[in-house]
Write a new protein. Structure first.
Lengths: 506, 616
């Protein structure tokens, strides 16, 4: 903004009557904002205030800038869209502990995390004011209100720690009653590029008037506030006689003197994540309330990143051309030929429609079951070390067959013809279903009439998967193996497959 | 060449590819469609995705289907029932068989009919071995085995990788059956797998092997010939509804000289619009993936205030969450577009299936008197036009506009005569100019006399600083006001400016006689089926006409007159009768409803039988 701007506080005062309760801390914050804005170096027409719902959210109506009084909790979402639509603007979000941390908690987190170029002012009065005094997400446990007559049961949210969790690039705290400090803090926030999150302790004189006792009274406040300055030791107190030291991982208040010097104290570092968490954890009155800039780091803003992408895309592809866009697919041109019809031919480039399914499949990590499938597909039946078949001639008697099975303790005989070729298979199942109780004379009955003729037979160089497939399809427990001349050379069972897999994956 | 295979000349045929969601069926269908389109057929397609992206392989829940209707003449729907089904496994067969035309052809991969797969598909018996397929022409192909055999020389690929190209083997067979050239697909393979020569080889060989398998075996008794369609001369591409919507939105932004801000949260079936827009940064497209539906809505209000062409896309459940923000947008009177790609509801409902059941939600789903403009595209390609029209309406009346697309339109495709961008009228927008202190104060709600639009003053303009909000306002200044007359006037003005859009929008056209026995009124994605059904009935001498609405709020100005010219009026729609309800309320006329709640599009035959039933 190179144009010299001469604005004053009055330029920012709108024609609307301010309607907060007399004595409300909001007045002081409004005055402070109106006092600071003329000096931030932004033309008034480039400043926008966006709020949600609550006492604080009336704020935009009193500012003579662009503004939206939106809906409960959603102000960060509107501000985000606005900042993306026009990154030149200075966008301010005014919210409260109910609006920003309860109903709008999610939006607050994500606006912070994205490092959108916004200034978020969270007025924390630890109470619901507009709805007349219920406890809020920052009310201390035990707070007695209309909705918690026996004391609130809830653990309060720590706004600074929340902003840290979302890795805000600028976090500060101030208080309504300390005009000078508030002005400086707002100025610092306005100058930061990216998200600036400012928690402002604000006094609700009607429903929570005692919340900031000790901090908002100019006679005692310096005793209780730790004013943070980058690179300076953490000293506080009216007489600057106390400091913060680290005992292990814990901060502790120490009295200077008696051998304790400035060198023993923590030095504020706006870029230290760890220190910011420590400061966030320091609650008044156990500790002095840390105020000022808690954290300030540089990171690319969302909109800078977006504008870079637009710029890069334009350098690579040129400014978007609608015709090219429409034609980025398979094209074909139809030309009128004669009465008989039309000719059609491909005229354009081929589109590269992404075949998600296929690509996903290729990228997928092989699963254990898949590895097993692979083994079944890649290992051949030979790997099962098939047993030699026990053969029997097709003209043999059933009695002989059963004797053979018993002698060899097997459940399956392979039946061959005069040329030793496979002609059938005879199994325990056949014995059970076709022989037992049905055949009177085993000696005269011939196996040829009771076997399964022309059984499915495989070659040993086929994948195990195929053997399994056949077993499944037909309910076989055994499959004979044959050579090229269809002579049996082995037999495999379902059990062999299981055994093989067990060995492979043991 | 197998000399015995005869060619049968057909006008059109419907083919469905069905398999496991990992079988590449969407790709197979798309390739077949592209080839048919390039060949010159008219086409209409409908994919059918499983709801679970990773449903267990081989189960009914995991079946992914793609149906294509191709023809030598103008067609409007993906076809009632497939005549040819390619089933890659038992589950695919089971899921599609009920839709198949009796006597239809089934090509099955017999290798997939294992005991395990049969069990997963809930088949007690192998349907290939019992009576279940009597009456169909079943062609059994051991596809996996044949494909492995064809690819056996590619050593760098595992068997599993080879099996992934078996969909191309199937595609090759179908190419042969329908006399399609392989070039388009082969070229695609070359480009797609440019970095993986082994995959080029595998897919090329698989496709060719499938084709030659058809050519050399005697399994097939029939080939089919569908000649090119008589599409009007011009250059065409294939487009889905979501693609067309994305291009329409970019076009509108371009035509108004603004960046397109698209703030959205991923949701089926609208996400593809985001996917189509995200790569268009060089058009100054600013896509924003918000943390939730509410934030997406908030972001477009902010972007609209900032002067961008602000759009969000979602589906019914997302609209439910956005309704609070839509109410604010209506009160702020800022121009923006909300795309609702409808799916089956209520609640999570049927994410991947289509329905038209959000019409009343669009009309009334907010607190207070909060009218919104509602438009609905009638075909996939029409999504392009409707996006541009929605932008025009939003800008003209400075108000949010909702587009009701649906899951069917979003994913279906048809040939689209590629428009000349120069033929599309610019969208003129006037932002009020900067003012100095001595000028009259700026009135953010001073309305245009003709359109009742309010000035769209954007931050960054000197002297126009103003505050707007969700509280009730005074006319002209927009200042907070609880004055009863103010509230009444503002409520009236917001409704009136939408009503006045009817003067700007075209009159309703009627297809068929301007008076007669029956008028069918439909809207949105049912256009193709209803129009085809009405044409059939007209050919049978029925006195039936068709009015298809693209504008639902405001309704076309001549609709009332049209309706009163027919003895009977019926509204077929994929919901419980929502448009019929609206029309009855609006016109107080006797309007019948023909609801369908299968979460699937109408079949042409359902329309024709309804007509026959009514006209006896
Ligand atoms: S209720 Fe409390 S916060 Fe609200 S205006 Fe009154 S004093 Fe201020």
């Amino acid at each position: 903004m190179s144009i010299p701007i001469t604005l004053n506080r009055k330029d920012f005062v709108s024609d609307q009557t301010v309607r907060w309760c007399p004595g409300c801390g909001d007045y002081a914050i409004l005055a402070s904002v109106q006092k600071t804005l003329p000096d931030i170096g932004v033309p008034k027409e480039n400043i926008v205030f966006i709020s949600g719902i609550g006492c604080s959210s009336r704020f935009p109506y009193y500012m003579n800038t662009y503004g939206i009084h939106s809906i409960h909790g959603r102000a960060p979402t509107l501000a985000t869209g606005l900042a993306i639509a026009n990154p030149e603007l200075s966008v301010w979000v005014v919210t409260g502990d109910g609006d920003g941390l309860s109903i709008g908690g999610n939006h607050l987190i994500h606006a912070i995390r994205r490092n959108i170029n916004l200034n978020i002012l969270l007025f924390n009065n630890r109470i619901y004011g507009l709805t007349k005094g219920q406890y809020s997400p920052t009310s201390r446990t035990g707070t007695k209100t209309k909705s918690s007559p026996m004391g609130s049961l809830e653990q309060p949210l720590n706004p600074i720690a929340l902003a840290m969790a979302a890795e805000a690039t600028f976090i500060a705290r101030s208080i309504d009653a300390h005009t000078q400090h508030l002005n400086e803090t707002l100025m610092a926030a306005s100058q930061h590029k990216g998200i600036s999150f400012v928690e402002i302790y604000q006094n609700c004189v009607i429903f929570n008037p005692n919340e900031w006792i000790g901090l908002d009274d100019r006679r005692v406040r310096d005793e209780n506030i730790l004013y943070l300055e980058h690179g300076k030791p953490m000293i506080f107190g009216k007489d600057m006689d106390k400091g913060i030291r680290l005992n292990g991982f814990r901060p502790a208040v120490v009295q200077l003197g008696n051998g304790i010097t400035e060198d023993d104290l923590l030095v504020h570092d706006e870029t230290s994540t760890q220190l910011a968490f420590i400061l966030a954890s320091m609650e008044f009155p156990e500790f002095p309330a840390p105020m000022g800039v808690i954290r300030r780091v540089e990171k690319q803003t969302y909109t800078d990143g977006l504008m870079n992408q637009i710029e890069t895309a334009r350098q690579i592809k040129g400014n978007g051309n609608l015709r090219t866009l429409y034609e980025s697919a398979d094209l074909w041109t139809v030309t009128a030929k004669d009465q008989n019809g039309v000719a059609s031919k491909q005229t354009g480039q081929l589109s590269l429609e992404v075949d998600e399914e296929y690509v996903d499949e290729l990228d997928k990590e092989p699963e254990v079951t898949t590895a097993m499938q692979d083994r079944l597909i890649e290992d051949t039946i030979a790997a099962l070390s098939p047993k030699a078949p026990i053969t029997i001639d097709v003209s043999a008697s059933l009695a002989k067959a059963v004797r053979q099975m018993n002698t060899h303790r097997i459940g399956c005989l392979v039946v061959t013809d005069a040329h030793d070729k496979l002609v059938g298979i005879f199994t325990e199942k056949d014995v059970l279903h076709r022989v037992v109780g049905l055949v009177e004379d085993l000696e005269t009955a011939v196996i040829a009439d009771y076997m399964t003729p022309d059984p499915i037979a495989l070659k040993a160089n086929l994948p195990i998967a195929q053997a399994l497939h056949e077993m499944h399809m037909h309910g076989f427990r055994h499959i004979p193996l044959v050579d090229d001349e269809h002579r049996p050379e082995g037999i495999i069972s379902f059990r062999d497959v299981v055994h093989h897999l067990k060995e492979r994956f043991a | 060449m197998n000399e015995e295979t005869e060619f049968k000349e057909l006008d059109s045929i419907v083919v469905r590819f069905a398999g496991d969601s990992g079988d590449g069926m969407q790709l197979t269908g798309t390739q077949f469609t592209n080839t048919s389109a390039v060949f010159g057929n008219d086409i209409s397609t409908m994919p059918d995705f499983p709801a679970e992206i990773r449903a267990p392989a081989g189960t009914l829940a995991g079946v992914s289907g793609f149906q294509v209707n191709f023809s030598n003449k103008d067609i409007l729907t993906p076809g009632d029932s497939p005549q040819v089904l390619v089933a890659m496994n038992p589950a695919a067969l089971k899921a599609s068989l009920k839709d198949l035309e009796s006597g239809g052809t089934i090509i099955v991969n017999t290798d997939a009919f294992t005991q395990t797969n049969l069990r997963k598909a809930d088949y007690a018996m192998n349907p290939l071995e019992d009576e279940s397929l009597v009456g169909y022409h079943v062609i059994e192909v051991p596809l996996t085995t044949l494909n492995r055999e064809a690819l056996k020389e590619i050593e760098s690929l595992s068997t599993k990788d080879k099996d992934r190209s078996q969909n191309f083997f199937a595609l090759g067979i179908v190419f042969w059956m329908f006399e399609r050239p392989m070039e388009t697909t082969l070229e695609w393979v070359q480009k797609k797998f440019a970095k993986r020569p082994d995959l080029i080889e595998a897919n090329t060989k698989a496709l060719q092997a499938g084709y030659f398998f058809g050519d050399t075996t005697r399994t097939f008794q029939q080939r089919y010939r569908i000649r090119p369609a008589q599409l009007p001369p011009g250059t065409y591409r294939k487009v889905t509804g979501n693609e067309a919507m994305a291009m329409g939105l970019v076009t509108a932004a371009h035509k108004m000289g603004k960046p397109l801000f698209y703030g959205t949260y991923p949701i089926t079936p609208a996400s593809d619009i985001l996917h189509a827009l995200a790569p268009l940064r060089h058009f100054d497209v600013r896509t924003f993936q918000a943390e939730d539906e509410i934030a997406a809505m908030g972001s477009i209000i902010g972007a609209a205030f900032g002067g961008a062409f602000a759009v969000t896309g979602t589906s019914g459940p997302g609209v439910a969450l956005k309704s609070e923000g839509m109410g604010l947008a209506i009160a702020l009177e800022l121009p923006m577009v909300i795309v609702n790609v409808q799916r089956g509801g209520p609640s999570t409902g049927l994410p991947t299936k289509t329905e038209q059941s959000d019409l009343l939600q669009a009309m009334f789903g907010r607190n207070g008197e909060s009218p919104i403009v509602v438009l609905a595209p009638q075909s996939p390609a029409d999504c392009f036009n409707i996006a541009v029209e929605a932008a025009r309406c939003a800008m003209r009346a400075t108000t949010p506009v909702m587009i009701l697309s649906d899951g069917f339109l979003a994913n279906s495709s048809e040939p689209w005569p590629v428009p000349n961008p120069d033929d599309i009228e610019p969208i003129l927008i006037e932002h009020p100019a900067a003012r100095e202190a001595e000028d009259d104060p700026f009135m953010p709600y001073a309305r245009d006399e003709e359109t009742l639009a309010r000035p769209w003053a954007i931050p960054g303009t000197r002297g126009l600083e103003h505050r707007i909000g969700g509280l009730s306002k005074a006319p002209l200044t927009g200042n907070v006001s609880y004055v009863p007359e103010h509230h009444e006037q503002m409520t009236h003005d917001r409704a009136e400016k939408i009503a006045r859009l009817a003067e700007f929008l075209p009159e309703q056209e009627v297809f068929g006689p301007s008076s007669g026995d029956l008028l069918m009124i439909s809207w949105g994605g049912t256009f193709g089926a209803v129009r085809s059904g009405v044409i059939k009935a007209q050919r049978n001498g029925r006195s039936v006409a068709h009015a298809h609405l693209r504008y639902l709020n405001p309704l076309p100005r001549n609709l009332r007159d049209i309706i009163s010219n027919y003895k009977q009026v019926i509204v077929p729609e994929l919901n419980g009768g929502q448009l019929a309800f609206l029309l009855r309320g609006r016109f107080g006329l006797n309007i019948q409803s023909f609801p369908k709640m299968h979460a699937r599009p109408f079949k042409i035959s359902e329309i024709t039988s309804k007509i026959e039933e009514l006209l006896g």
